[in-house]
Design a protein. Structure first.
Length: 83
């Protein structure tokens, strides 16, 4: 009886863990919309954001004269990385 209860509990844990894995992976994906919103709040006219490394991202920014350029930012501080 105890063995079957333990096996059932382990099976339940395995099922729950397998179902939670995609949700966890989705939460770790880069959220470009979040960074675009934050940059716009800071007055930067960003139209796209892409992850470069774990600590930096690249934003496509529209300048005042209308041309587009890439700028790189720190993910945590949102400070522009000078090149």
């Amino acid at each position: 009886m105890v063995l079957s209860s333990k096996l059932s509990a382990l099976a339940l844990v395995a099922i729950v863990a397998a179902g939670a894995t995609p949700a966890l992976a989705d939460s770790l994906k880069f959220d470009g919309d979040f960074y675009i919103t934050q940059l716009r709040y800071d007055g930067i006219n960003a139209i796209a954001a892409d992850e470069v490394t774990n600590s930096t991202f690249r934003a496509t920014v529209v300048a005042a004269d209308g041309h587009q350029m890439f700028e790189f930012f720190d993910k945590d501080s949102l400070r522009q990385i000078k090149q």
